[in-house]
Design a protein around this ligand. Structure first.
Ligand code: ADP
Ligand code: MG
Length: 253
């Protein structure tokens, strides 16, 4: 089953058309990497897919449930109850972790499952402990974000997303605020999640990682999907000149 289907998604900020016509789908257990130059619309795409921004055209369907249809020519969002359920299908991990600074690690992870999902507190806490252990942070539950390294904070952010039991996870450049050593920590966690068959859409500049972990790679430029396919094709043997130029620049870095 497709966990996500996006068709002809369009998004503008005033006169600026940021996403022009984006279509792709994500099947269960698939890892998709989105690569592309700065300003190409990658973050805006993730913000639209996670409904932090409304779209101006197109349709989006999650786990078979339509969140937005454009049968009338304009996008129409489903009602509140349906959107609430659809939001529970996915999680988002940001570039800058976005932890609540005044909450302990434990509270960062358990707050939404307890107060938004209204789940049993004890059960949520026990699961949070297991997630912290999995992230190598079993002794950090009482710490506050400022007491942790960037890599540790990002692992808390991943644990927080997993605590909601999403069907799929979106990551927006999860390592770009980190130095190489801490980047490796996070990439290791992402590889483990991929091995556990977590469905993930990852915006990243880590080309080698994208190549080794993804079923599909999407190259975006200027608000369009320029090229999409298997990593062997898009990364090793790109057919579009813009993809070639971008990858050449990334390799020179
Ligand atoms: P990327 O993540 O690929 O670097 P973004 O999605 O952040 O690209 O940005 C794509 C374009 O949209 C850029 O030109 C950016 O300036 C513009 N943009 C992003 N968010 C906003 C906003 N809230 N208002 C106006 N323009 C925006
Ligand atoms: Mg971005």
């Amino acid at each position: 089953m497709n966990l996500l289907e996006v068709t002809n998604l369009k998004k503008s900020f005033g006169e600026l058309e940021v996403l022009k016509n984006i279509s792709f789908s994500v099947s269960e257990s698939e890892v998709i990497s989105i690569i592309g130059p700065s300003g190409s619309g990658k973050s805006t795409l993730l913000r639209c897919l996670t409904m932090l921004e409304t779209i101006d055209g197109g349709s989006m369907t999650y786990c078979g449930e339509q969140a937005v249809n454009d049968e009338s020519g304009v996008p129409v969002y489903a009602d509140k109850a349906v959107l609430k359920r659809i939001r529970s299908y996915f999680g988002l991990v940001f570039q800058n972790f976005n932890l609540f600074p005044h909450y302990s690690v434990m509270k960062n992870i358990t707050d939404a499952p307890v107060h938004v999902q209204k789940r049993n507190k004890e059960e949520v806490y026990n699961e949070a402990k297991i997630l912290l252990k999995k992230m190598g942070l079993e002794d950090k539950g009482d710490c506050y974000p400022y007491q942790l390294s960037g890599g540790q904070q990002q692992r808390v952010a991943i644990a927080r997303a997993l605590a909601m039991k999403p069907r799929m996870l979106f990551f927006d450049e999860p390592t770009s605020a980190l130095d190489p050593e801490l980047t490796a920590e996070i990439l290791k966690v992402l590889r483990e999640l991929a091995a556990e068959k977590m469905t993930m859409v990852i915006v990243t500049h880590e080309i080698d990682f994208a190549k080794s972990v993804s079923e599909q790679v999407i190259f975006m430029d200027g608000g369009l999907i320029v090229e999409k396919g298997k990593p062997e094709d898009v990364i090793d043997n790109p057919s579009n000149d813009r993809t070639k130029a971008f990858l050449k620049k990334m390799i020179e870095k």
